[in-house]
Design a protein around this ligand. Structure first.
Ligand SMILES: [Zn+2]
Ligand SMILES: [Zn+2]
Length: 235
């Protein structure tokens, strides 16, 4: 197929042959930095080399009451990861979802969190799915499942009302914006003790994932974690 439809790296435009990644060249993949070991115990924020290893919570977690046990992100937010997320969400980049899953798979600590869990993609309202034609978190989660097989993907949450995009909103506005925006999908029956991982592409203030966790807790689930492709570093 590559002879008829040649593939190019979505970052640098390099022509691609039969590579492990479908739309990223090896050189660009090498520039993606996996989240390290010096992280916030709660949200997994990567302190990098800036802070001493003694620090346990980041500023975001010191002033929030997150409802998940812990959250982990696979990679650091850099110029490249920012660009591929933008393509995925706003440039009809659903074809990139498989590469997202393959990048995440390189981070063993991150993948360990997903073991034997039920991945719950953060749902989009149908109006946004209609416009974008796909839910990016759901398609990445499905590829992760395909690559790893020791996890399930279930649409346990539904978006109950339409909320404007979180981009550009302040932290308290974001919280207000997603308040009671999710509900349990009554068609799915699973054990309340199952390990659940709420999954999204990016963790910013945490308002969206936290609201999902609240709804799950309200329905008796307690073994709840979060996982994202990447996360921002400030509130
Ligand atoms: Zn490239
Ligand atoms: Zn944190």
């Amino acid at each position: 197929m590559d002879y008829i439809f040649p593939r190019y790296c979505c970052i640098c435009g390099e022509f691609l042959r039969a590579d492990h990644f479908r739309y990223l060249c090896e050189a660009c993949v090498k520039k993606i930095i996996l989240t390290g070991e010096n992280i916030c115990v709660k949200c997994g924020h990567d302190f990098g080399e800036i802070m001493a290893k003694t620090q346990s919570l980041c500023p975001r977690c010191l002033c929030s009451k997150f409802q998940f046990i812990s959250l982990r992100s696979a990679v650091r937010l850099t110029h490249i990861t920012r660009r591929i997320i933008h393509q995925l969400k706003y440039k009809h980049g659903e074809y990139l979802a498989e590469d997202f899953a393959k990048i995440m798979q390189k981070n063993n600590t991150f993948m360990a969190l997903l073991q034997d869990s039920v991945l719950i993609p953060v749902p989009l309202h149908w109006k946004r799915v209609f416009k974008r034609e796909y839910n990016q978190s759901e398609i990445i989660a499905k590829f992760l499942q395909k690559l790893s097989s020791n996890m399930e993907v279930l649409p346990l949450l539904k978006r109950t009302r339409y909320t404007p995009p979180q981009v550009g909103l302040r932290i308290h506005e974001r919280r207000q914006n997603v308040k009671k925006a999710f509900s349990i999908n009554p068609k799915i029956k699973i054990d309340r003790n199952r390990k659940l991982v709420v999954f999204d592409d990016i963790f910013t203030t945490g308002s969206t994932i936290n609201e999902c966790c609240k709804e799950l807790r309200r329905h008796g689930f307690h073994n709840i974690y979060g996982a994202t492709f990447t996360q921002t570093s400030k509130n």
